[in-house]
Design a protein around this ligand. Structure first.
Ligand SMILES: Nc1nc2c(ncn2[C@@H]2O[C@H](COP(=O)(O)OP(=O)(O)O)[C@@H](O)[C@H]2O)c(=O)[nH]1
Ligand SMILES: [Mg+2]
Length: 284
């Protein structure tokens, strides 16, 4: 299997932009994907935050199951600020506002005592497609930041003002190399790596293998898959969906896209890929 490597030029520029903006902010919000918080954690970005207060947000919690809560608890118990939210649900607005306010509460109090009303600035950061722009829209109460279900929708720099805060949306960035290919694959499944650079065969087959280990009943329910190699499973998907080419050959690519699409749209149910052991060696 080809190793996943991705660091296009605009990402290098984005890293530089974030480095410069870190100096301007009071805190950094790192948006993670609740289905794979270890995979979507970026040590480079963390390092860039330096001594600034950090809040981790496990977003898309509606797509993850209770295993994500186990991960959240483990990270929280290590003394880290972390919450889970669903950015598409207005009920999460209060949670995130409360969490970012808590981080600057003392500073705000001190400013108020001096008769100043301060606007606190946060940089919203994280790998692509974790929902940074959607989170900003939730906070701003309108569609202000561009969103999209693929990597790389947000390009430039945007400050957005809301309720005593200014939020800086940023394009997603990735580490230049993935030390852990297992985690890199999970980012690919959930759409945090631009599909153009991916080998869809590798991703879909790895996804089928991982699902058959972790959520076999979902594969049985949706595709009638009982067992077999990843390729056997893919053929079952093709048969079930009628993805056949002339001459009775399997249309593998359509089958692959269907499985990936189903996962991304939540049609395979709530899924969490990461496990406690994936958090080892990560310093949130
Ligand atoms: N189910 C679900 N989808 C979400 C959530 N937050 C964002 N999304 C979707 O994820 C995709 C990427 O969101 P976007 O905000 O553009 O991500 P960004 O690249 O981090 O800015 C969009 O299709 C959003 O509608 C969430 O909490 N739950
Ligand atoms: Mg964005």
């Amino acid at each position: 299997m080809k190793n996943i490597q991705w660091f296009p030029g605009h990402m290098t520029a984005a890293m530089r932009m974030m480095e410069q903006n870190t100096a301007l902010v009071d805190g950094v919000v790192f948006v993670l994907d609740a289905r794979c918080p270890a995979a979507s954690f970026n040590p480079k970005l963390k390092k860039m935050a330096g001594a600034k207060p950090v809040l981790y947000v496990m977003n898309k919690c509606d797509l993850a199951d209770e295993r994500a809560d186990v991960l959240l608890k483990r990270i929280k118990d290590s003394g880290v600020n972390i919450i889970k939210i669903n950015s598409l649900n207005s009920g999460s607005r209060r949670d995130i506002l409360g969490a970012i306010e808590k981080i600057v509460a003392e500073k705000r109090e001190r400013a108020l005592n001096k008769g100043q009303t301060k606007v606190f600035r946060y940089m919203i950061s994280g790998v692509p497609n974790t929902g940074k722009s959607t989170l900003i829209n939730l906070l701003a109460g309108s569609r202000r930041a561009d969103t999209g279900d693929k990597a790389g929708v947000t390009r430039g720099k945007q400050w957005i003002r809301t309720e005593g805060f200014e939020l800086l949306d940023t394009p997603g960035t990735m580490p230049p190399a993935f030390e852990n290919q297992k985690l890199a694959l999970r980012l690919a499944y959930v759409g945090s790596i631009n599909d153009d650079i991916l080998d869809i065969d590798d991703i879909a087959l790895a996804l089928l293998r991982e699902l058959s280990e972790k959520y076999p009943s979902r594969l049985a329910e949706r595709y009638g898959i009982s067992q077999g190699t990843p390729l056997d499973m893919l053929e079952t998907v093709c048969k079930r969906r009628g993805f056949m080419l002339r001459g009775g050959e399997y249309d593998y690519e359509r089958g692959e896209r269907a499985v990936i699409d189903d996962l991304r749209k939540g049609k395979l149910g709530r899924i969490t890929f990461d496990r406690i052991e994936d958090l080892e060696n990560l310093r949130f």
